[in-house]
Ligand binder design. Sequence first.
Ligand SMILES: *[C@@H]1O[C@H](CO)[C@@H](O)[C@H](O)[C@H]1NC(C)=O
Ligand SMILES: *[C@@H]1O[C@H](CO)[C@@H](O)[C@H](O)[C@H]1NC(C)=O
Length: 411
Amino acid sequence: MASKLAPTLARLILPAAFILLFIYSTTLLYTPSKEEEPRAREEAVEKAEVEYLPPESCNLFKGKWVTDPNRKPLYDETCPFHRHAWNCLRNQRAHMDRINSWTWVPEDCPLLRVDPEKFLRMMRNKNIGLVGDSLNENFLVSFVCILRRADSGAKKWKKKGAWRGVYFPKFNVTVGYHRAVLLAKYVWLKLPVRRVSSDQVKFKEIYRVDVDVPAEGWAGIADFYDVLVFNTGHWWNHDKFPWETPLVFFRAGKPIHPPLDMYEGLKVVLDSMVAHIQKNFPAKTLKFWRLQSPRHFHGGDWNQNGSCTFDEPLEEPQLDLWFDPSNNGVNKEARLLNQIVEKALKGTDIRLLDLTHLSEYRSDAHPAIWLGKKDAVAEWGEDCMHWCLPGVPDTWVDILVQLIRYRFGRG
Ligand SMILES: *[C@@H]1O[C@H](CO)[C@@H](O)[C@H](O)[C@H]1NC(C)=O
Ligand SMILES: *[C@@H]1O[C@H](CO)[C@@H](O)[C@H](O)[C@H]1NC(C)=O
């Protein structure tokens, strides 16, 4: 038996050895190109990282702020995407170290801090859009300044109707902001109200809002973004649209009868814009709606010397006093508007990004009087509406990123 097996084995082993030798030599000759090498390494890292992600069911919006002296922002005043008035480090706002030492701790599970490199790797070839008013721009600046840490080649981007945005070439990721303060299209115009005489017509100035037409800034983005964050709210008041030049709501090109007041109009606009999103945006697009960002004017509204030069966040029992609409305070609109928005979103695939409650605590974190311009406060009042950067919106980013990871972070 043994004598017969030996030559058979030799017949098998010799060719096999030649084949192996051939494969080995071609492997030695092959060197990966410059692009392939880091990409391959990246993929290996991706596979090796089985990352911890808390259960999706946990509520990130309920919790408390605790100080952590070791917490440091992920960017500083040198980020090239800042807006001067929100660049509180540059404008030397008091207590910036303290503002950025506060950490949001949800009740049920940990909020992970964004890892810009891992996040951008996960989002390779994908785009993230924010649509709405300047509070979403505030959000965007925080987001892109954080992500820039992982790609120093990040550059300004302004296409598809975007107001501003940033492209991250290393990952082929775009993060854009589309300004659309009411979401619906609106224009200022003069409306003839009555004929005074045969050659004289009396006009009234109005803002015409077409409830069924999205504002131009985001009319052409339906197929571009993989993640979208909508908001509206901060312009639905009579400071932005005075009683003398009211919002007049149109549908199908005709004024709605009877005319709607501002909040009735908001409801109609929301229903109509939400229906538009549901009909025209792909189901696979991950959609969020960011609820109101609360303001913290104390001692009067923005035009009545209202102030927010606080150096500590509010305590839990103070929140209702400040924000419950029944107390009729100057900052009551956030919760009022949220009720309307939440109703409009029922039954849709748009998820609530309920950042209101956690932000309500943070009376200490607005630019206030530190606006970087000498006469800004005299002219505009304090800014108790937008947020210092770095600051509270960095926590919004952590929350958004954790929620995005549930969709895109599982391979
Ligand atoms: C970049 O991403 C877009 C999708 O946003 C994709 O169409 C395009 O092919 C990507 N480019 C490269 C070079 O991978
Ligand atoms: C705001 O403060 C200025 C200067 O202290 C004062 O002249 C003005 O009357 C105040 N305005 C209101 C509405 O209280």
